[in-house]
Design a protein around this ligand. Structure first.
Ligand code: HEM
Length: 448
């Protein structure tokens, strides 16, 4: 445990599962609040985002609604969308493999827009995606506690926008407008389609359909929750698994032997005449091990989100004042050499015993998705999306490192970016169909 203060704000960093379990799970009633973030919440209008909501009944109602659509069984119904978009990704990759990072982002945006709103986005200049990307950029910039001085000195939020040094207020006002558009536009689109009787199935349509048609306050609130849940699924889902897939590409380019083993498993189970699907998952332990190792090796959210302590507490002889921001250090937990030997190495085999997933190795979800009552509710969707992408990519493609001017392979290394979410620093790799038969399978896949 490490405790420190920055401008009067106390931070407690927990470096093991014993600590995260003792405080964030067993005492979660006291460790489930969020910090006040005046820039993001008051000025940029992100109060509708459950990630930043204070612990209480409004958060609980959002959480319940989110759970209803994203629990382990609920996400099964999104498999056809995940499968379709992941297959379309294979096709795009064939045409422009060098922009693979862009294709990954688009694939996740397309999945989540269809799941939430039934909207099929287009690949170039899609108005929904452009707005969302800008809104998410705002979160990335303002989401790190202390990034803007107003988060440390909340009184600054009353400074008039025209004053020198108040550039943050003008920025916030711009982002606020973008956030409103991001939440309202697709939501109103579904409402109009429902009214016209031609809405495609989606979370928002199901939600609105299930509401009793009254005009009371509760009805209005439920509608707000439906809108918040959908936009939040986009905000939480569009950028996160993207990072995991990018790290997966990097790992494959760095570890050809692992890729070969994965190819062998896929060839044996799926064969050369079709693409893998969700029915194959149980029969592909090595692919499942790759999914787990990808989530462990480099972390999408290395420090997760801070859990604010509501009341003074005492733990292991230490006093923890209320208001302390408690963070689980997912990096040290998932890189503990006692549990994951040579943790810096990407080694899917560590998850296997006698060719099957070894249940004794703690799953990356002990830390990668946060903890306790605030644990990521999108983790099941993320897991199945990652499986769909990994199995499909490896079934038809080989990923290799780029060559230098003498034709020698360039030695790639993981260089994660810092920030609330972490991505690999942009890197190049060569992506080729594994065979003519693989290329023929890719060409059969549809893109709009
Ligand atoms: C690789 C993928 C993902 C990672 C690593 C990830 C990680 C996290 C982490 C660390 C938290 C904070 C948990 C805490 O406070 O202890 C979180 C919260 C959250 N995530 Fe994810 N996430 C991922 C994917 C998704 C997806 C796909 C969705 C939506 C479909 C989603 C929606 C959310 C929401 C709504 C919260 C807020 C929960 C709350 O405050 O109660 N996430 N996620």
């Amino acid at each position: 445990m490490v405790y420190f203060k920055v401008f009067g704000q106390g931070y407690l960093i927990l470096g093991s599962t014993t600590r995260t379990s003792d405080l964030l799970e067993k005492r979660s009633v006291n460790y489930s609040d969020r910090s006040k973030m005046p820039m993001l919440i008051d000025l940029m209008g992100w109060s509708f985002n459950m990630v930043f909501m204070p612990y209480g009944s409004w958060w609980r109602r959002h959480r319940r609604a989110f759970h209803e659509h994203f629990h382990a069984n609920a996400v099964l119904k999104y498999q056809p969308i995940q499968q379709r978009e992941a297959r379309a990704f294979l096709r795009r990759l064939l045409v422009t493999p060098e922009t693979f990072a862009h294709h990954i982002r688009f694939t996740f945006a397309a999945m989540i827009m269809d799941i939430c709103y039934g909207i099929k986005v287009s690949e170039t200049n899609d108005p929904y995606i452009s707005i969302a990307e800008e809104a998410l950029d705002g979160i990335t910039q303002a989401g790190i506690p202390g990034q803007f001085l107003v988060d440390l000195l909340p009184i600054l939020k009353y400074v008039p926008s025209w004053m020198p040094g108040a550039g943050f207020k003008r920025k916030a006002a711009y982002w606020k407008q973008i956030n409103i558009e991001m939440a309202e536009k697709p939501f109103q689109h579904v409402k109009e389609n429902l009214r016209a009787g031609n809405a495609t199935p989606s979370i928002v349509a199901t939600f609105l359909d299930s509401l009793p048609h009254t005009n009371d306050k509760r009805q209005e609130e439920e509608e707000t929750i439906a809108k918040d849940v959908a936009v939040l699924a986009y905000a939480g889902g569009a950028d996160t698994t993207v990072s995991a897939v990018q790290f997966f590409f990097l790992a494959m380019a760095m570890y050809p032997e692992i890729q070969r083993k994965a190819h062998m498993e896929l060839d044996a189970v799926v064969g050369p005449n079709r693409l893998p699907d969700f029915n194959d998952r149980q029969l592909l332990p090595y692919i499942n091990a790759i999914v787990k190792e990808t989530m462990r090796w480099q972390l999408v959210a290395p420090l997760g989100a801070g859990h604010m302590c509501t009341n003074d507490d005492e733990y292991g002889g230490y006093f923890i004042p209320k208001g302390t921001l408690v963070l689980g250090n997912a990096w040290t937990i998932l890189h503990d050499p006692e549990i994951y030997p040579s943790p810096e190495e990407y080694r899917p085999d560590r998850w296997l015993r006698d060719g099957q997933i070894n249940p004794d190795i703690p799953d990356p979800s002990i830390a990668a998705f946060g903890y306790g009552r605030r644990i990521c509710p999108g983790r099941h969707l993320s897991d199945s999306s990652l499986y769909a992408m990994v199995s499909l990519i490896l079934s038809v493609y080989t990923i290799i490192p780029p060559a230098d001017e003498r034709g020698n392979p360039i030695h790639l290394r993981p260089k994660p970016t810092s920030g609330l979410l972490s991505y690999p620093t942009p890197f190049k790799c060569i992506i080729k169909p594994r065979s003519n038969a693989a290329e023929a399978l890719i060409r059969e896949q549809y893109t709009d």
